[in-house]
Design a binder for this molecule. Structure first.
Ligand SMILES: [Zn+2]
Length: 199
């Protein structure tokens, strides 16, 4: 049994395992507690693998190319972070490194770490702390804000130099959506139900 509190009236319910596409409603006020998702494990894994491929492209391929007369410069996501460090802008460099490079990777790896054993009915003792950690770092991943910053700087720099967005920008932009799809495919109730049963 998994406990869940009503978002509207705070009444605590014990929820049994739920069939796919069913919804649990509060017995007191009738508001929907949550809906069980269909093929949640498969969909989460599919989006996560797609995200991992996009992540690899986003960190390895050139991010932006800049052409101004004879000067032709290319940066990647990591060399951009390195340049920020070299210029002494440590707080921004750390923020970018954390929210755009490390956290998305950790999120993708935790999803694989938790969902591959679930898919194959294997026991994984560390699934519970890992899944808890995922819930804690989710709000800190702010790739879309960084993407907005990139778009603003492209528009500003376009007056001074020719900006050529690299393959990594496209991969990074897609990764924002794919990671959001992966996280929204997660059926938290089902995951806790399975993890608590196994432990
Ligand atoms: Zn209620």
């Amino acid at each position: 049994m998994h406990k869940i509190a009503c978002h509207e009236c705070d009444l605590v319910h014990d929820i049994p395992p739920m069939p796919a596409r069913s919804a649990a409603c509060c017995v007191r006020c009738g508001s929907v507690l949550f809906r069980a998702k269909k093929n949640s494990i498969d969909r989460t894994l599919a989006w996560t693998f797609a995200g991992l491929v996009l992540y690899i492209v986003a960190v390895t391929y050139p991010f932006l190319g800049m052409k101004s007369g004879p000067i032709n410069q290319q940066t990647s996501l990591l060399s951009g972070v390195e340049q920020l460090f070299n210029q002494g802008i440590y707080s921004l460099a750390t923020l970018v490194l954390l929210t755009c490079v490390l956290l998305p990777l950790i999120e993708l790896l935790i999803l694989l770490f938790v969902f591959i054993p679930l898919k194959f009915n294997l026991r994984n003792k560390l699934s519970i702390p890992a899944f808890r950690l995922l819930g804690q770092i989710e709000p800190w991943s702010m790739m879309e804000i960084y993407m907005l910053g990139i778009l603003v700087s492209i528009v500003k720099l376009a007056k001074m130099a020719t900006i050529v967005p690299g393959l990594a920008v496209i991969a990074f932009g897609l990764l924002i959506f794919v990671l959001a799809f992966a996280l929204s495919a997660v059926d938290h109730h089902m995951v806790w139900e399975r993890l608590e049963r196994e432990s």
